[in-house]
Design a binder for this molecule. Structure first.
Ligand SMILES: [Zn+2]
Ligand SMILES: [Zn+2]
Length: 743
């Protein structure tokens, strides 16, 4: 063995990546009997053009875990596809005045190049784009299938509308009353809209969340998002009034229901119109619906409130005014709720705005005496609700429906799928160019054969995302013929671990709903609990200088620049080490300096020791004298390995890396102590030390795979995936003072 030159990440990384690619090391294997199947699902990126540091964090976490599981001998599928439809691609294409299809293809290629350069061990043959015909054909299949089961419906409904983007938005795309893309205020309008019905599965999602928590493979952050989106409130409900003047009202205040002084109705309550008598009130309600409301601000002092003028008999027989306000939605979903100003701060604020309601004095110290209502029964409300899945934009999956004047909306028969999206459409940012294409719009009705029009709304990319975790598990060559019923799904699903940013909670929630629907419909009957992810790790975002990265602030960290300066291993190690996944990563150069110093140090140290060992003779007396020191080194290695293994199992990569650096310090410490005692290492000491360094390199493979594998190859390990990708089960450090058998 010869002395290696200085650590040169660029050449090492190029060589390792070439070897992986040539050997096809990361192709998902056909699992053998008894082998554990592990599908690690990374997030599906938008084709935005470039990877950002959040992606680097996301994929470094997932990659480390995938490599760890491969090293343990498990069959690993690590694959993903691009969420390529929707506004981000469309807006970028408008800006560049090119068809979105071209923009998406360019972005995808560039991003895949960045991923390869980072050494991410995806099965790249399985990459897909949600905007490919062979892919969205299945989005359309899913639409028709859910439509047949009444889990999709069309309703003339109040929806969030963005004037700037000229489109309806799903509630998940409205943040603090603003559009998720352009950040302009949204308002409500009424128009025919397609909805995904999620309410039948809310209770099961609720129950299962506790089970997932008990299973220990969902981290706190991801569980918290599921509970937040569900928005469960526990309380009681009471039947009020009689006949067609009746309502069931909810309150979380079991003990104080008898103190109610008004009833709040959601503007989305199915019976709301029955309570609007006068035209002036109706107009006021319409104004409220079209004027927009701030969904998340729960400020009861400014939220719209419409007094219907009607009343209903309360639990104690008194007349309770019926009032409409979207604050109900923000708290309990589209329901009716008791207003109890005596006990509830928000209700008190509303009472002060109502002429017909007497508001209690503020500042009472003790609060009112409990006053439960007769006939109250336990009840639960969920804030989560059905959401719109259609948009008036052209870059999306065409909704496979024909609108016929005679037959109404008619689904396109499965044999006629896909309904192809014209690829040459150039959106302008206003309206929907699809609606202006006669070649797309004018069709015969599949039912009566008469002249009809295609639905020109397209599906929100949130709909495509409902099943974007599925295709990677199906071999690409089979996807045209078979998707949801492919036998391989039984091998790989549910995914063992989803690794995604903590803004993915909404996607995950709805993916959990649709899995249950497809279980009940049939194709996913093998996932009996209807859960697509056995485990889930959410991570926080990456910021810089304590602020969100943005071009405007000039604090965007470019991963390409970091990689070309320091190498992929250093960047990966730095991003994993700098913070635990549950913490926001405030990026700074310190992490890169740390990672670079560590890898360079390890590289030089290990290469020097490997070069020196050949010159050392075995000396039985010296070996016996330091045997206890080698035994201590073995124990350090055993301890270190146990800790690192536990950390990686829990995806706490920052802890694992800290323990790897500590183990390296121990190995250096061992040498110092031996040198102190004997003046130099004996052959037995050096062999023990090399064994420890090899162990260390093996634990480093998931994090800094290029340099770690190169060190292993230099140490004489065969350059093949089965030899290099091995997670050590025990620390095999030679301790005995006997002459070594191998030279
Ligand atoms: Zn917008
Ligand atoms: Zn017809």
């Amino acid at each position: 063995m010869s002395t290696k030159p200085n650590y040169d990440p660029q050449s090492i990384e190029a060589a390792r990546q070439q070897a992986w690619e040539q050997r096809g090391d990361f192709a998902a294997p056909r699992p053998s009997d008894g082998q554990e199947r592990v599908y690690v699902k990374p997030s599906s990126p938008f084709t935005s053009g470039n990877l950002h540091m959040g992606h680097v964090r996301d994929y470094s976490l997932g990659d480390a875990y995938a490599r760890f599981r491969r090293g343990r001998g498990d069959a690993v599928l690590f694959g993903f596809g691009f969420d390529a439809f929707g506004l981000p691609a469309e807006l970028a294409a408008i800006e560049r005045q090119e068809p979105p299809a071209e923009w998406v293809a360019e972005c995808g290629e560039r991003m895949l190049g960045q991923m390869r350069r980072l050494g991410l061990s995806f099965d790249y043959d399985r990459v897909f784009y949600s905007s490919d015909e062979g892919q969205y054909r299945w989005s359309q299949w899913l639409f028709v299938t859910l439509l047949e089961r009444d889990l999709i419906y069309r309703a003339d409904a109040t929806v969030d509308w963005c004037d700037t983007c000229q489109t309806t938005l799903a509630s998940i795309q409205v943040e603090d009353g603003r559009c998720w893309r352009c950040h302009n205020e949204v308002r409500l309008i009424r128009r025919p809209t397609w909805f995904l019905r999620i309410t039948p599965y809310l209770e099961e999602n609720d129950r299962n969340t506790d089970q997932l928590a008990a299973g220990g493979k969902w981290d706190d952050l991801s569980l918290a998002t599921q509970r937040y989106i569900l928005g469960r409130a526990d309380g009681v409900e009471i039947d009020l009034g009689a006949g067609d003047r009746s309502l069931t009202a909810f309150t979380p205040y079991r003990k104080f229901a008898g103190l109610a002084s008004f009833v709040l109705l959601s503007p989305r309550h199915p019976d709301v119109d029955a309570w609007i008598g006068e035209d002036s009130v109706r107009e006021e309600l319409e104004r409220m619906r079209s004027g927009g409301w701030d969904r998340s601000a729960r400020d009861a002092r400014s939220v719209p409130v419409v007094d219907t003028g009607a009343s209903i008999a309360g639990p104690d027989g008194s007349e309770l005014p019926v009032v409409v306000s979207p604050i109900v939605d923000a708290r309990f979903g589209p329901t009716a709720a008791l207003g109890i100003p005596a006990i509830d701060e928000a209700d008190r604020d509303i009472a002060e705005r109502l002429e017909r309601v007497e508001s209690p004095e503020r500042g009472e110290e003790d609060g009112p005496a409990p006053s439960p209502a007769d006939g109250a029964r336990d009840a639960i409300r969920y804030r989560a609700n059905d959401f719109s899945i259609s948009r008036q934009r052209s870059w999306g999956t065409p909704i496979p429906v024909v609108l016929c004047e005679k037959c109404g909306p008619v689904p396109v028969p499965e044999a006629d799928l896909p309904v192809v999206l014209p690829r040459d459409i150039k959106p302008t940012g206003e309206g929907n160019p699809l609606a202006e294409r006669p070649d797309f719009v004018d069709v015969d009705c599949p039912k009566c054969g008469g002249a009809a029009k295609r639905e020109t709304d397209t599906l929100d990319c949130h709909f495509d995302a409902l099943w974007l975790w599925v295709p990677a598990a199906v071999p690409p060559e089979d996807r045209d013929e078979q998707m949801f019923t492919h036998p391989d799904l039984r091998e790989w699903l549910p995914s063992e671990r989803l690794v995604a940013g903590n803004d993915s909670g909404g996607f995950v929630f709805d993916q959990r709903v649709v899995t249950k629907a497809l279980r009940d419909i049939g194709p996913f009957d093998f996932m009996t609990d209807g859960e697509p992810f056995a485990g889930c790790l959410f991570h926080e975002m990456v910021i810089a200088d304590g602020r969100k990265m943005s071009k405007h602030l000039g604090n965007v960290v470019n991963p390409d620049e970091l990689v070309s300066h320091h190498g992929a291993d250093t960047v990966r190690l730095a991003v994993l080490y700098a913070a635990g996944p549950a913490k926001t990563l405030n990026w700074n150069d310190g992490a890169v300096r740390f990672a670079s110093r560590f890898l360079r140090g390890l590289w030089t140290y290990t290469n020097d020791r490997l070069a020196q060992i050949e010159d050392l003779e075995h000396d039985p007396e010296a070996a016996a004298d330091t045997e206890h020191m080698r035994d201590r080194l073995r124990k350090w290695c055993e301890n270190g390995l146990a800790r690192i293994t536990e950390d990686v199992e829990q995806l706490q990569m920052h802890k694992a890396i800290r323990n790897i650096t500590r183990l390296f310090e121990r190995i250096q410490d061992f040498e110092k102590r031996v040198v102190q005692r004997r003046g130099q290492l004996g052959r037995a000491d050096a062999e023990a030390q090399i064994a420890a360094l090899v162990l260390l390199a093996r634990t480093l493979v998931p994090f800094a795979p290029h340099v770690a594998e190169e060190l292993l190859v230099t140490a004489g390990i065969e350059d093949s995936a089965p030899s290099l990708e091995v997670w050590p089960e025990v620390a095999e450090i030679p301790v005995s003072a006997e002459a070594p058998t191998a030279s």
